[in-house]
Design a binder for this molecule. Structure first.
Ligand code: ZN
Length: 172
């Protein structure tokens, strides 16, 4: 297996990324170089850059769902969802629309970023360790909150009181 420093520098081109937002990001901000995976000359991001992007996306849109050792830790609440999610490399592959070899390289970089800052030596879990499973948050979670915010802003107060059973005379 090549050392991490070499993996970080590998290039991934737009043709190797199916996820549309990420693809257009690479198209706009990437460097035109030879892709390390398909060999085409296209706009590319390095594996390191993609690891950063995907780390952010995971923090915003994914939850870790594998069970904790004692069942009462940080991830226990998600384990109750009865959904095992996907092993982290598969989840990265699905999120970015990339093949498993690319996802696996990106995963190594993501994992190493947290290992160096953690008590990995004493066996503490890190966000992207090999046993981690991830699941996409339900889009409805966010949609529901936005719906309620819009509901609160747009509804005239008298209509709201009427809905609660107060007539205008009683309220006044
Ligand atoms: Zn490519």
């Amino acid at each position: 297996m090549p050392p991490l420093q070499e993996i970080r520098k590998k290039r991934v081109c737009t043709s190797c990324i199916d996820e549309l937002v990420l693809k257009s990001q690479v198209r706009r901000g990437g460097l035109r170089e030879k892709c390390s995976y398909c060999g085409r000359l296209r706009k590319t991001f390095s594996v390191s850059e993609l690891a950063e992007e995907i780390d952010i996306a995971f923090q915003e849109h994914y939850v870790r769902v594998d069970d904790d050792d004692d069942g009462f830790g940080l991830y226990a609440q998600y384990a109750l969802s009865n959904d095992d999610g996907l092993p982290v490399v598969d989840a990265i592959g699905e999120a970015a629309g990339i093949t498993i070899p690319i996802a696996s390289d990106i995963h190594r970089v993501m994992e190493s970023g947290y290992q160096s800052r953690s008590a990995y030596e004493i066996g503490e879990r890190t966000p992207y360790d090999a046993e981690s499973h991830y699941q996409r948050m339900h889009p409805s979670d966010r949609g529901m909150r936005e719906d309620w915010d819009a509901f609160g802003e747009s509804l005239p107060i008298q209509l709201f009181l009427n809905l609660l059973g107060f007539s205008e005379s009683e309220a006044g």
